[in-house]
Design a binder for this molecule. Structure first.
Ligand code: PMP
Length: 335
């Protein structure tokens, strides 16, 4: 990642200097983790027209809104009878306004390829657990983020383990909301994996079924085992404590385009080891093949044809080599 901490940050409607974008230590978010956020990417199409394009901005901001809605931070929250409670503060921005604010921040900072990080959080007012009196603040940071993970991981694949930590149980911390608090669980998974020499951990859900990585959705592939001998891809359903990844949704569409059979399917741990291919997806990891799990070689121990084809389609659309038929790209004028 890496950024020099310069430029502007969008804070509650104003662009402020990087070093002035501060919050009070008494903010609710500091004490109770009261935040929802997004990770979005703007690519520069170096291989074609050089334009800057954000990948699926609307869908990311819609997920941000949904996360806030689950945590009762949006105007959808009302008392019985439809009235609003004046002591219950809400997010003041709709989806279009938040999308425009992302673009405004990118243009102010001028990076042609960037990572975009909007955060909705409860600010400073009361320190009781009840969040409602605390203002709902929106900040948007952007910072330069150029290349993909690099040919190394995307071509050769990565070595991962199954984590000793489970993902959040259903009806505890909702997995469909992308909250700061959920990343405490991700941190346990990630640090354990790194300390043991792996690049990432795969978490199971509390029933022992495969869920996701600390920051990626996961897929397993069986060659020629689908209908009419097609390649068969499974990814865990949302009920297995997974984040509804925007890249996941994209790959479900692209797999179809490629003529693969793809479905949401509960995955027992041992299926990971017997699959012909396993790969991750996410805004950061894009489409990253997995070559070993718990030191067991997966398939040929390198990127398989399904992951390679999905990479080709995914990057093809982003780079402008393939048509963007689903309007996934938002172009930003970066004069
Ligand atoms: N699962 C988790 C836990 C994540 O943090 C991410 C990254 N946001 C993903 C899946 C992938 O989601 P997306 O494709 O929207 O980046």
């Amino acid at each position: 990642m890496g950024f020099d901490g310069s430029g502007k940050i969008w804070m509650n409607g104003k662009l402020v200097d990087w070093n002035d974008a501060t919050i009070h230590v008494g903010a609710h978010v500091v004490h109770y983790g009261t935040s929802v956020f997004e990770g979005i990417r703007m690519y520069q199409r170096e291989a074609t027209d050089g334009k800057s394009a954000i990948f699926r901005l609307r869908e990311h901001i819609q997920r941000l809104y949904n996360s806030a809605k689950i945590y009762r931070m949006t105007p959808d929250e009302m008392m019985l009878g439809g009235k609003n409670d004046p002591n219950d503060r809400r997010l003041a921005y709709d989806i279009d306004t938040m999308m425009n604010a992302c673009v405004e921040t990118l243009q102010a900072n001028g990076d042609k390829a960037a990572y975009i990080r909007p955060v909705v959080m409860r600010g400073y007012n009361s320190l009781g657990v009840d969040p409602r009196p605390c203002p709902v603040d929106l900040i948007i940071m952007t910072w330069p983020w150029g290349k993909y993970l690099g040919p190394e991981a995307l071509e050769k694949g990565v070595d991962v383990c199954v984590s000793s930590w489970s993902r959040m149980a259903p009806n505890t911390l909702p997995a469909l909301a992308k909250t700061g608090a959920n990343y405490m669980n991700s941190q346990l998974i990630k640090t354990e994996a790194l300390k043991n020499g792996y690049v990432e951990g795969i978490a199971l859900d509390t029933n022992g079924f495969v869920s996701e990585g600390s920051g990626e959705n996961i897929y397993i592939v069986f060659h020629n085992k689908g209908k009419d001998g097609r390649h068969l891809i499974y990814t865990p359903p949302l009920g297995n404590s997974v984040l509804p990844g925007i890249t996941r949704d994209s790959l479900i569409n692209l797999a179809d385009d490629a003529g693969f059979e793809i479905s949401e399917h509960m995955i027992p741990r041992e299926m990971l080891y017997t699959a012909d291919e396993v790969f991750f997806s996410g805004t950061a990891s894009e489409v990253t093949p997995i070559r070993s799990i718990d030191q067991i070689k997966i398939g040929e121990g390198k990127r398989g044809p399904v992951a390679e084809k999905l990479q080709e389609l995914f990057f093809g659309i982003i780079d402008g080599k393939l048509p963007d038929t689903r309007n996934w790209l938002t172009f930003v004028d970066m004069k």
